[in-house]
Design a protein around this ligand. Structure first.
Ligand SMILES: Nc1ncnc2c1ncn2[C@@H]1O[C@H](COP(=O)(O)OP(=O)(O)OP(=O)(O)O)[C@@H](O)[C@H]1O
Ligand SMILES: O=P(O)(O)OC[C@H]1O[C@H](OP(=O)(O)OP(=O)(O)O)[C@H](O)[C@@H]1O
Length: 206
C-alpha cells in the first residue's frame, strides 16, 4: 500500500482536490472528524494527515512514500527527498519585512524574527551581515512591532498581514509553492504508481 503524506491546514483541501482530480480520491476525507489515516483499498493507497512542517520528515524516513509540501519547508529542513514536481498551488514569497519607514543601521547586529531559521541565516550569510535570530513559531509580524526584532523573514501572499500591522516588504527573495515529493527508495520500488501519478499531476499543472 502506498502511503501519501498530506499537509493539514491551508494546503490540505487544495492538495486533496488535486489528487482527487487524477483519480486518487479518498471517501471520508471531507467528513470533518479527528481521523488522521484514510484508506482507499481499491487504489491501494493510504492518506496520512500530517502537520505541514512534518510532511518531508515522514517521506524522508519512508513512513510515507510520497507527499506534498511547501518549498519553504524543503528549504528550511534541507530534506533528503526527491522533489518531483512544482504543483503551482500554495503560491507565496519568502520576504524580509520591517515596520513602515524602517531604516537599517549597518553598524548594529540585525535582529531577525522568523520561524525559518536556516533560510534566514542563508539569506544574510550571502550578504555578510551579522544577525541575531529570534526563533518564533507564528504571528511573526508582532516581533518588530514590539521591538523584539528589527526585521522579520516570513511568507507573504496577499500582503494583508503586513499591511494591517504597518509593516512593509524590504525584499522578496524566493518564490514558494507546493511540491510533490517522494522517498528515494520508494521512487525505485514503487516507480510505476508514482510515475503514473507524476505524469497525471503534470497534466493538471499545465
Ligand atoms: N499565506 C500563505 N499563502 C499561501 N501559502 C502559504 C501561506 N502561508 C503558508 N503557505 C504555504 O502553505 C504551507 C502550509 O501552511 P500552513 O499555514 O497551513 O501551515 P503552518 O501553520 O505554517 O505549519 P505548522 O502548523 O506546521 O506550523 C506552508 O508551508 C507554505 O508553503
Ligand atoms: O500575505 P498574507 O496573505 O497576509 O499571508 C502571510 C501570512 O500567512 C502566514 O501566516 P499563517 O496564517 O500561517 O499564520 P502564523 O504563521 O502566524 O501562524 C505567514 O506567516 C504570514 O503571517
Amino acid at each position: 500500500m502506498l502511503n501519501i503524506a498530506l499537509p493539514k491546514g491551508r494546503l490540505g483541501d487544495k492538495v486533496y482536490d488535486m489528487l482527487a482530480s487524477i483519480g486518487y480520491d479518498c471517501p471520508g476525507y471531507y467528513e470533518q472528524n479527528r481521523k488522521l489515516v484514510f484508506e482507499s483499498p481499491e487504489k491501494n493507497v493510504r492518506y496520512l494527515l500530517v502537520k505541514p512542517s512534518d510532511v518531508a520528515i515522514y517521506v524522508e524516513h519512508r513512513a510515507a512514500d510520497i507527499g506534498i509540501v511547501g518549498k519553504d519547508i524543503l528549504l528550511e529542513n534541507q530534506s533528503n527527498v526527491y522533489e518531483l514536481l512544482d504543483l503551482k498551488i500554495g503560491k507565496c514569497r519568502m520576504a524580509v519585512a520591517a515596520p513602515d519607514g524602517y531604516v537599517e543601521d549597518p553598524d548594529r547586529t540585525l535582529r531577525v524574527a522568523t520561524k525559518y531559521v536556516n533560510i534566514a541565516k542563508d539569506f544574510y550569510s550571502g550578504r555578510n551581515r551579522d544577525i541575531e535570530i529570534i526563533k518564533l513559531n507564528g504571528s511573526i509580524e508582532l516581533a518588530p512591532i514590539l521591538g523584539l526584532s528589527d526585521v522579520i523573514v516570513d511568507i507573504v501572499e496577499t500582503g494583508n498581514t503586513l499591511r494591517e500591522n504597518h509593516l512593509s516588504v524590504l525584499e522578496e527573495f524566493k518564490d514558494i509553492s507546493a511540491r510533490f515529493i517522494a522517498n528515494e527508495t520508494s521512487f525505485k520500488f514503487e516507480n510505476e504508481i508514482i510515475s503514473n501519478m507524476l505524469s497525471k499531476l503534470g497534466e493538471q499543472v499545465k
